[in-house]
Design a protein around this ligand. Structure first.
Ligand SMILES: [Zn+2]
Length: 323
């Protein structure tokens, strides 16, 4: 018998699998309509970071922006090939430090439409059970960042401690603040209370105050403006740095060109603009990875300065975890 090399042997074994095309050339196939994979993992120093999609939602962003003119906003969206409404991503990030599993933000409660509320399914698809999560770091207490903390009124992540800035909890969970808020903003308070109060009652919420080292390799950095206790989470390992920005940048196609444009839910517009400008300048200067909640999934990339504006460079796609 002819002696085959290992490569040829594999080829010979594989040959029967390559069946002739059975179908005629004009056969149709049903459209799949199966959603995309909702997780994307990178190696990051000695850690792994997994972006988790909560889904996407068609948001009329042109109506949610302030600090510009409708014509300028339309021009920026047109230039970016994004006629509104277009699907906006809701991203969260899972950091495995090797000893702790830390989730940064928790997605929506799923009541915002059929195309969101997918974080838990995507966490499972990425290979984790919700009980494995040790800590959850909340950038701010808007519904698309905390909604997923509860499932049918119970903690979704049974063994996790939820952490957020004390300033954030004090603001959203104080009835007097809700009472004096304009009517269109009262729901933000109601939602925050409905999600956080059961977790506080269950002893699962532990606020921090100011810059705080949380677990080795992850620290909280105050970034107020979008909300009073809005927080960045800085992750470092093996000489690499990643910063999760929450909602300091929401509509990249508009705000990168003009960082003075804000979203109407920015609680303190001046503060939000100052935080955004400082964060953009720092990221462009230092070149670390930025993790964004609302740029297209997986929301991981770098920022570069171009005159007075910025450009988003999505992380190079890598099929398997790499360094
Ligand atoms: Zn958000």
């Amino acid at each position: 018998m002819m002696k085959l090399s290992r490569g040829l042997l594999l080829l010979a074994l594989a040959t029967p699998v390559i069946a002739p095309l059975a179908a005629p050339a004009d056969a149709s196939a049903p459209l799949s309509k199966v959603p995309q994979s909702g997780w994307y993992r990178i190696a990051f120093g000695d850690f792994e970071v997994t972006a988790l999609s909560d889904g996407t939602a068609p948001i009329p962003v042109e109506k949610r922006l302030t600090g510009s003119t409708p014509a300028k906003i339309t021009a920026a969206l047109t230039k970016a090939f994004l006629p509104p409404p277009f699907d906006t991503s809701v991203n969260a990030f899972l950091v495995n430090t090797g000893s702790k599993l830390v989730l940064i933000d928790a997605g929506t409660d799923g009541a915002s439409g059929a195309s969101v509320g997918k974080l838990l399914a995507n966490l499972k698809a990425a290979g984790y059970a919700p009980e494995q999560i040790d800590e959850i770091y909340i950038t701010h207490m808007h519904g698309d960042h905390i909604g997923g903390l509860l499932t049918a009124g119970k903690p979704t992540f049974a063994n996790a401690t939820v952490r957020a800035a004390k300033a954030e909890a004090d603001f959203w969970l104080t009835q007097a603040n809700m009472d004096k808020a304009p009517s269109e903003k009262k729901d933000l308070f109601k939602n925050a209370m409905a999600t956080m109060n059961p977790l506080i009652a269950a002893g699962k919420f532990k606020p921090f105050d100011g810059p705080t080292d949380l677990v080795p390799g992850i620290k909280a950095v105050p970034a107020p403006g979008h909300t009073p206790g809005h927080t960045f989470y800085q992750v470092t390992s093996g000489g690499q740095t990643l910063v999760a920005w929450g909602d300091a940048l929401v509509v990249a196609s508009v705000q990168l060109g003009d960082p003075t444009v804000s979203v109407v839910v920015d609680n303190d517009i001046k503060g939000a603009v100052a935080t955004r400008k400082a964060a953009l300048a720092d990221a462009a200067k230092n070149g670390y990875i930025v993790a964004l909640a609302h740029v297209p999934f997986p929301g991981l990339g770098h920022l570069g300065a171009e005159g007075s504006s910025y450009r988003w460079y999505p992380l190079n796609y890598t099929f398997g975890p790499s360094r």
